[in-house]
Design a protein around this ligand. Structure first.
Ligand code: HEC
Ligand code: HEC
Length: 288
């Protein structure tokens, strides 16, 4: 039985095991493979002694050097917060307009504002702040409520028509059509008047149109429709429209007004965050 035979076909020694005339060849694992395998076992034993490894009921064996990935994370976070801490405190203590004069601080605020914007603002204004119908583009030069850093800061702090903030930006355009403040003919003629300011198709200026605009619209939109940021009356003279820049769109706003609502961010995010957002938005290109 123990005689090692040599298999005729392959020339390999057999193990001496035989089943129904079938003999098992003896082909041992290569040495290098075996030693690597033993090395891995030795390493795993060493590792499980040094690092946390074996699961227990509520935790795991701690390992002799006391490493914990959670403690590492806490350390990293503490370091990051400490690095930011000075800057955040500096932003809190600096009037928002002065942040722009400090290149280093402005850079920090812009970076912070950019990431806050992604979380809190992009749903409505778009990731690139380009806006959409009813949600203003924040990259352009037209500002409903003003484009200086202080005006932007106020808009962000108190929101627009936000029920939650008594100091919110607020102005309502009268419902000229629905409340029958103007007749259908008057609406037609003032809408054509407004359309003529920016060369919209169908726009025609007329003496009645001019008179109607002066009597009903100039108070909020400016003498020539150039906009009044103090009151939130948007400019009606450029190609930038919050709603729809067509004759029908203008008539629609006159017949049944729409008003944008933006949440007040001051109480929610705190003043440092709002300042960072204001610096970021101001820096998008249209800041005045
Ligand atoms: C729920 C939707 C919504 C969210 C979220 C939102 N906004 Fe607004 N935002 C609006 C609307 C609507 C207006 C236009 C208000 C109006 O019609 O006067 C506006 C207006 C503004 C204005 C004034 C633009 C101008 O022309 O004067 C700024 C600046 C602004 N948003 C920045 C932000 C920032 C920064 C954030 C994030 C912290 C944010 N918004 C989040 C809806 C939103
Ligand atoms: C009491 C103030 C007030 C008066 C008066 C007023 N508006 Fe407005 N109008 C507004 C406000 C505020 C908005 C912006 C609504 C918003 O931000 O959602 C607006 C928006 C508009 C828009 C939409 C602008 C856009 O960019 O899409 C048009 C068009 C318009 N008004 C035309 C008129 C005309 C024409 C009259 C006169 C017949 C008039 N408004 C009178 C306050 C007024």
């Amino acid at each position: 039985m123990s005689d090692k035979e040599i298999d005729d076909v392959t020339g390999t020694a057999t193990t001496g095991h035989e089943w129904d005339g079938i003999k098992e060849l003896n082909t041992p694992l290569p040495r290098w493979w075996l030693w690597t395998f033993y090395g891995c076992i030795a390493f795993a034993i060493g590792y499980s002694v040094v690092y946390p490894a074996w699961p227990l009921i509520t935790s795991a064996t701690p390992g002799v050097i006391g490493y914990s990935s959670r403690a590492e994370l806490d350390k990293d976070l503490a370091a990051a917060t400490a690095a930011q801490g000075d800057r955040i405190a500096q932003i809190a203590a600096t009037p928002v307009a002065d942040i722009l004069n400090d290149a280093e601080l402005a850079r920090f605020a812009t970076a912070g504002g950019k990431s806050l914007f992604k979380v809190y603002c992009s749903q409505c204004h778009g990731t690139g702040a380009t806006g959409s119908a009813g949600y203003p583009n924040l990259n352009d030069d037209e500002w409903i409520w003003g484009g200086t850093i202080d005006q932007i800061h106020t808009t962000l702090t108190h929101g627009v028509r936000s029920e939650a903030d008594p100091d919110t930006r607020f102005n309502m355009m009268p419902n000229f059509g629905a409340d029958e403040l103007l007749t259908a003919e008057e609406i037609d003629s003032v809408a054509k008047e407004v359309a003529s300011y920016s060369g919209i198709e169908g726009g025609v200026t007329s003496p009645e149109g001019i008179q109607l605009f002066a009597d009903n619209c100039a108070a909020c939109h400016g003498e020539k429709g150039e906009g009044l940021p103090e009151l939130g009356g948007p400019s009606l003279t450029d190609q930038i429209w919050l709603y729809q820049g067509t004759l029908d769109g203008i008539k629609a706003q006159l017949n049944q007004t729409r008003h944008g609502v933006m949440p007040a961010w001051g109480a929610r995010l705190g003043d440092s965050a709002v300042k960072q957002l204001a610096v970021y938005v101001h820096g998008l290109g249209g800041g005045q």
